[in-house]
Design a protein around this ligand. Sequence first.
Ligand code: NFE
Length: 595
Amino acid sequence: MVNVTVNPLTRIEGHLSVDTDVDANGVITDSRSSCLIFRGFERILQKQDPRDAALLTQRICGVCPISHGLASTNALDDLYGVADQVPKDALVMRNIFQGLNTIASHATHIYVLWGPDLANPAYRNVLATLGDTGNAVWKEMVGRFAPISYKIDGQSVPVGSSYIAAIPEKKRLQEAIALIAGRMPGSVSPYPGGYTYKANVGDIVKLSSYYLQVMDFVSKYTLQVPFDAWIANTYKASSPQKAVSFVVEHLKGLVDKSLTSNDFSREAGWGDAEFYAAFGSELVGETLLGLPASLKHDKIGGYSDPSKIAFLAYGGFYNTENGDGYDPTSPEGDRFQTSGIVTGKLEYQKFDSSKITESVAHSFYDDSKGDLHPTVGETIPFTDPAKIDYTGGSDSKYTWDKAPRYEGIPCEVGPLSRMLAMKEPLVTGLALAFNEKGYSAANVYTRMMARIQETVIIANELLKWVTVDYDPNGKISVPIDLSAAKNSQGMGLWEAPRGALGHWISAGSDGKVANYQAIVPSSWNMSPRDAAGVPGPLEQSLIGSKINAVGNILGVDYSNPVSIFHIGRSYDPCISCAVHTIDLTGKNAPNTLRI
Ligand code: NFE
């Protein structure tokens, strides 16, 4: 057994250590996910004016401040008892605000954070089985995704084209957000009872122009078919099977073109042969696309035991067809992206927020009260350094992340869970196809496809929110009664780019914050073992995967565990969010952490 630790896992937000035990065949037999920063926002919020929570929680993270601002605003709408009165136009503005952030976050992740792994030198060896064509494919991957310039065969290849293109795209989207939110990050526009800025006709015209540029980027770098055709044949397809067939036929054409014509000069994106060559699972690569069997791999980032995992979505974006007001408990139908629980076997259940608990048995917190619902949750750092133990054993404490559970089950959250919960045809079709063949419905491939598909869907809805649903002459807020906060509670359920985000607030008899708990997407995905010893989603998805899984032909290279990179990054982790300080010693390696 060899211990392979990736610490820190880079190109994510914050400090995550991924620690694995790997056997002689390169198969991961055990894993630990350690979030090595502590930030203490939940404690900072105590005794504050509740209204400041929507501003302060945006400082949890510079990537998804809007999500924290809106989750907090939802909790405040509930606390002040005005959720059922928030005007429709304020809800539309909040949707536009979040939609722009989600697209910016996904574009950054796909092209700047995750994509560069496709330029890993290991792929040159994999693709060498395709001879000159394979080498050409690898050069294209480097040319597309490399974050630094490379030399290939003595020739310099500049920094990747899609990597470079995504950066100004993010800048443009940040500008669009600032247009309707004053600034980004750290906006003052989400406010209980509504939204503080009423976009005017000029803003709508400018937002439409930003939108057209986003569409151009998505069509050119991601889809390679006209946007409307993609929407009609996937998102609006009459069945999951039809959506999958459309994409498979599209891919076959691209694979044929790439592998036969040796034409790699296209400005292309994720629909390309190389993505599927690199990620050619038996289903997608070999069975559907006819790629060589040597490119098959068994499992990258899937779950071995479907009874120990579920997919959770709280529901994102208000359903503006419902008019004014919304339900803070997020029942199905209240949100554009519906709430729901999908089991590891793809069975659907209704979501019930009372079933959420957090365990801190293996986290650096006082665990004397056992598992707690977030309305009574605590964030009390433990004080016994002797308990620090990164082995993952039954008494070990190895992370600042807590372990959220739904009815005791670890849950994956994020685009894949959202697409499954809303029964989006393409992603549902892919998940069903994997499931039917005995593979985990969730893996690196379906996670990334879900993120791409969600970008397209939100871009589609964004235009409707901006040009159809929003009325610049409408009402943008209702007043709140500050005394209503006294001895009141609020729950804000929302969807951040990385998944289900919940804020829970309780105010005391003085109307000030008595308790505040945030359970964020990366708390779920990066969670450690719980009191029952069940590993979190990232930990489970690593166990059973090969560190050099791609193609089964890499051999075992402990020094370049490329699939740990792919799997870890496929969740788009954000540790700043998950733990909401830094280690007081300033040293973050596991065996040097002291408090
Ligand atoms: Ni810091 Fe966040 C998002 C939230 S984290 S990026 O999206 O909430 O998992």
